[in-house]
Design a protein around this ligand. Structure first.
Ligand SMILES: Nc1ncnc2c1ncn2[C@@H]1O[C@H](COP(=O)(O)OP(=O)(O)OP(=O)(O)O)[C@@H](O)[C@H]1O
Length: 251
């Protein structure tokens, strides 16, 4: 079983000064599984993503990707092992077209120039990848549209296309629905569902509970820097400890 784990956190902790930010977090994610990460504000969800992606190094415990210990590896080294991530805030270049944005992401993977002023010819490999990835998120018709004029929902899809261009096996989505209008939610949900259906392993922090519960295989609940529960959506929502942690909030 261990060799089929896409991601394993073993007793991960993070202490900053006197503050205990994360404590004893252990999570095993099977290849192809989709996990939702929830928890009240300040519970440690973003910190957890930062530790998985290498932005932060834990002060205790270990992180493995596809069976490889990456605890002390840098962000770009983890990308090489197959980890990709989107952020809460948009990371697209507003002045470039959707196609150019994805080409830049593809070039970073291919090891080419990432400067927007040094595009290789349109028929190169990166351009092909860009077309394929935009197609996968349903944005092929926007290949020549300036990213800045896309709706929030389409910008989120574009970020996912940029992520796909780096060919990740494990994908971290940080609040993909944030700022997205209700009309754009179903389309974005469908893109995330396909991401999962294509066999990729997905971890998603999302406050939009209805969306999250309908998508994921399991839910990890963070509370005060600890993992309170990890189980199926149904079991987690029926868990009295989880309900107590959310007292005063709508689950
Ligand atoms: N560098 C740091 N130094 C001190 N405290 C920090 C640091 N980074 C995070 N924290 C604290 O750690 C806790 C967890 O923060 P984190 O951003 O991971 O929570 P979160 O669950 O993502 O919250 P939200 O839902 O509001 O985004 C918070 O109390 C935060 O103030």
């Amino acid at each position: 079983m261990a060799d089929r784990l896409a991601l394993a956190l073993h007793s991960v902790g993070l202490q900053i000064g006197g503050a205990r930010i994360l404590h004893d977090v252990s999570i095993e994610v099977a290849t192809g599984e989709m996990i939702g990460v929830i928890g009240p504000n300040g519970a440690g969800k973003t910190t957890l993503f930062n530790i998985i992606s290498g932005v932060l190094i834990p002060t205790s415990g270990s992180v493995s990707l596809a069976g490889e210990d990456v605890t002390r590896r840098k962000v770009h080294q983890r990308a090489r092992v197959g980890l990709g991530r989107t952020f809460q805030t948009s990371s697209v270049f507003a002045g470039l077209t959707a196609g150019e944005n994805v080409r830049l992401a593809a070039q970073s993977k291919l090891g080419g120039a990432t400067s927007p002023w040094k595009f290789p010819r349109a028929d190169d490999e990166a351009a092909g990848i860009a077309e394929r990835c935009l197609e996968e998120v349903g944005l092929a018709h926007h290949i020549d549209t300036e990213a800045g004029v896309l709706s929030h929902g389409d910008k989120r899809k574009l970020e996912i296309a940029m992520l796909l261009a780096t060919e990740p096996e494990v994908v971290l989505l940080d609040e993909p629905m944030a700022g997205v209008g209700s009309g754009d939610v179903p389309g974005l949900v469908e893109v995330i569902r396909r991401l999962h259906a294509s066999g990729r392993t997905v971890l998603m922090v999302e406050h939009h509970m209805e969306v999250l519960l309908g998508l994921v295989d399991r839910v990890a609940v963070m509370h005060h820097g600890e993992l309170l529960a990890i189980d199926t959506p149904k079991a987690v929502m029926a868990n009295p400890e989880v309900q107590k942690a959310y007292l005063g909030e709508t689950v």
